[in-house]
Design a protein around this ligand. Sequence first.
Ligand SMILES: [Zn+2]
Length: 387
Amino acid sequence: MQKHDQDYIKKKNKATVFQLIKSSSPISRASIAKKTGMSPTTVGRIVAELYEQGFVKETEEQVTTGLGRKATMLELDRTSVLTAGVELDKSKFRIGMVDFDGRIISLREVNREVSETAEQTLNRIGLELQSMIEQEGMDPGKIIGLGIGMPGIVDEQSGEVILSAQLGWRNVRVAETLKTITGYEVAVDNELKVKALAEYCYGAAKGSKRTALIGFGTGVGSALIINGEIYRGETNSAGEIGHTIVDPNGVMCECGKIGCLQTYIAESSLITESNKIKPISTLNELFEERRKGQFWAANILDRAITFIGITIANVICLYNPDTVIVSGDLVEKYDEVRSFFENDQLQQYVWEPLRDTYQVVYSALGSEGVVIGSSLLAQEKFLSIEC
Ligand SMILES: [Zn+2]
C-alpha cells in the first residue's frame, strides 16, 4: 500500500471515530470498535489522539459491561474549539464565531466601502475579530483559525485570491496577510463552495452523496460536494457555469466573451437590460414593474426564469446529483420564481432519463451559510477532521 493511501485511511478512520463520538456520545471505546468494525487497538490510538488534542473528554458516567467491568464513556468537548467564519462581499462583510457543532455563537455585519483596498478591508476584518473576542469575553486560545468565503477564483491551497471581479481584487494574498494581522491560521475559498459544504454538514443536503449548489446572484456559479468533499477541479474553478456560452450571438459578458449564461440571469445584467427601457437600480423595482403589468419587465424576467431552468437542467446533466440546492435572492425571494419550482416547471427542461433522480431544494442555512461554511473549512483544514 502506498504511503498516501495509508495516510488517507488514517484520516478517514479518525474522522469516522470523531463523527461517531459527536453523534452518539456518551459512548465507550468498545462500542466505537463494535460500530465501526475497527480493532480496539486502532480505536484506542485514535481516541488518545483526539483526547490529547482536547476534542474528546471522559465523562463521569461509567457503564458496566457484560463481563462486569467498568467502561469509561467518552464525549465531545463542544467548547474546546472555536473557528471564525467570514463572508466577504462587495458592500459588506460578516464575521461569525462558530462552535464545533456549526452553531454561530456571535455574529456581526460590517459595511464595506466599494472603494476600499484589499489591505484596508483585511485590516478591518482583523480589528472587528479582535473587538468581537474582547467584547464577548472569548478565550483566544480556543480559536484555532479563521475561514473566509468570497466570490471569485481562489487558490485554496495558498490562500491567494486569483481574481474576484466583484471585489476588483487580483492576486491578493488573503491568507498570508490576514495571518500577519490576526496571528491566526487562515483558510480562504470561493463562497459557493463553502456554502455547499455548510449545507451538506448542517443544512439542506445533509445525507446527500452528490450535492450541487447553484447560486444566482451578482453572477451565476455552482459548487459540487461528492461524498462530503468539495469537488475543486484543477484550479479550484470547477462549477463556474456562469461563463459557459449559451448563445454565440448574445450580449457581451463582463468577462469579455459573448453570450455567457450569466448575461441572462445575473442581477447586474437584468438591471442593465431594464435600463434600456426605464432607469431602475434593483431587482425589487424590476419585479414591481412586472407586477404593474409592464411587458418589458415580464419579458426580461420570463427569459431569466427560462435560463434558470436551463442552468439547473444543464447542471443535472453534467453532474447527475441527488440534491440540487438553489440559492440567491432571485430564486429564493420572489414568488414569481418560487412558483417555477413549486409547480415543478423545471421538469420541461430536464432530459427524460434524469427526471425523478434528484430533488431541488432551497438552502436551509440562508444568509448564514457562508459564515458557517467558512468556519467549517477552517475546522477541516486546521484539525484535519471532516464534518
Ligand atoms: Zn462571461
